[in-house]
Structures are given as structure tokens and as C-alpha cells.
Design a protein around this ligand. Sequence first.
Ligand code: CP
Ligand code: NVA
Length: 307
Amino acid sequence: MKHFLSLHDVTPHELEVLLSLAARLKAERRAGITHPLLAGKTLGMIFAKSSTRTRVSFEVGMHQLGGHALFLSSSDIQLGRGESIADTARTLSRYLDAIMIRTFRHEDVLDLARFGGIPVINGLTDLQHPCQVLADLQTIAERKGRLAGLKLAYLGDGNNMAHSLLHGCAKAGMDIAVATPKGYACDPGIVEEAKADAKASGAAVLLTEDPDEAAAGADVVYTDTWVSMGQETEKAARLAAFGAYRVDARLLSLAKPDAIFLHCLPAYRGFEVTEEVIDGPQSAVFDEAENRLHAQKAVLATLLPGR
Ligand code: CP
Ligand code: NVA
């Protein structure tokens, strides 16, 4: 693995290794064992969008691994004043050991990887959010003891979360059902990639407009905000389109009785999920948020030491 840009690029074996390393780093941390695998290394973190979890978990993760993280708001560095991605990549590669970036265009992340000489980690684009799904898979494995053969239902917007869940489930051999309203379906290119991965792993991919069909018999029920970062002007139309996809007690009851509820957060209670579901006994959202730390430490410890 040279970069961590998309779960579609990760082999099933690499995914297994990352998840078992994440579990080990979590257990060691709990046991008070330190693991300074990245002493002397620096991660640059470019943010063109807001963040709570990604920013804090990467910074704390680097610290726990003995390294250092540098927060770079895109509006404060010259990137925000028009310096190219290519020149930014070439320059930062002379100082840093890796770059994590959260931005709008997925192509900018690919360019950063292409022009820089150091590993690049995708911390969310309009198209994908692979770090989140790595943590989601860790959480599901912890709660269910396995991944292959389970079913995940995603309800709502065919957005970056839906896309990375399609990739991640297909790689891990999990069935995935995605229910989106008309006009908000997933990117066809991502669906094709996921179907190819699912064929190889023996998983099933179902795309539907029917939330009940997606939720039926699921082991994991997942949703995300209806208004992603950058879509603020579409808010009214989106709230009107997504009402039937809200995860409430009725929808959750269509899943298996022991199903867990996941949400990448931040959540908007009363919109994509009711309070009774996200704050209820089936919700695992804060374990999921915690696992961002452990899963990303596994990514960092895999990408950086060879440098
Ligand atoms: N889930 C997630 O990426 O959260 P932040 O936007 O807070 O980083
Ligand atoms: N789909 C959301 C995810 C936030 C972590 C967004 O892009 O805003």
C-alpha cells in the first residue's frame, strides 16, 4: 500500500491486515502499552472542510504513535489563494512524511498523490470517505465477530459515505443494500467498482428506492446526513426528498433483532435518524467514532514506517 485513497484500491488481504492491526493497537492502548512506531515522523493534515473526528483522531493518533501532526487549513495555506495542488504536493513532500487531506474534489486527492513523493490519505472528498468505513468495519467486526456473510443496509443520500460503504462491504464479503430516493442515487462508476469487488468476494449489492426492502433482515443499519458539506444551498429540497428514509424505530425493527445502528457523525436528530434510535440500545455510534483513532493509526503505521 502506497496511499490510502479509496477502499477499492485495497486488496481483501490488506483490508484484513489493517483491521487486525487496528484491533491490536486498540487492545495495546487499553492495556497501557505504548507503540512509538512513528517516532520522528510528521503528518500534514490539509482541511478544506470542517471536522471534529477526523482532525482530532489523526492528531491524537500521530501523537500516540510517537510522531507529530500539523493542521493546515486550506484557507490559511497558499492552496487557498490559488497555488496548484501539484506545487503544494511537491513542496510539502520535502518537509512531511505523509499528507492527510479533506477536500471537495476527489481528483485533487489523486493529484496530490501523483505529484507528491509521500503517502496520501483521503480524509473525505465529495466522492469517498474510506477512513470512516475502515473504522465502521472494525466496529462491526467487534460487535458481530465477523464481517463476511453479514448484511448492511444504508438509507438516505447516495453520497461519499454510501460510496465508501459500497466499496468496503464488497471487499469484506458483506452484502450491502443501499436505498436512496430518485435523483440521489450513487455514482454509477462506484457502483460498478463495488459490483466487481462483490463478485470476487461473494457478496451481494442491492440498489433500491425502497427503504423497507433495504432494511429487511440487516445486521447493520447505517445512515448519514441528508445535507453534506458543500450542499448547504440545496438544504430545503433535500429535506423534502429524504423524509421516507429517516431511520426510526419502525425501520430499525425490519432489521435483525440484534442489528446495530451506525452513523459516521455528525448526526442531525429528527432528520436522518430519530433520537430513540441513535441514543437507543442498538446504537454503536460512539464506539464507531472511537475506532476512527485505532483504524487510522493502523493506516499510518502501515504507510509511514518504510519512508
Ligand atoms: N465522521 C467524520 O468524518 O467526522 P468529522 O467530519 O467530524 O471529521
Ligand atoms: N456525508 C457527510 C459526511 C461527514 C463526515 C459530508 O460529506 O458532509
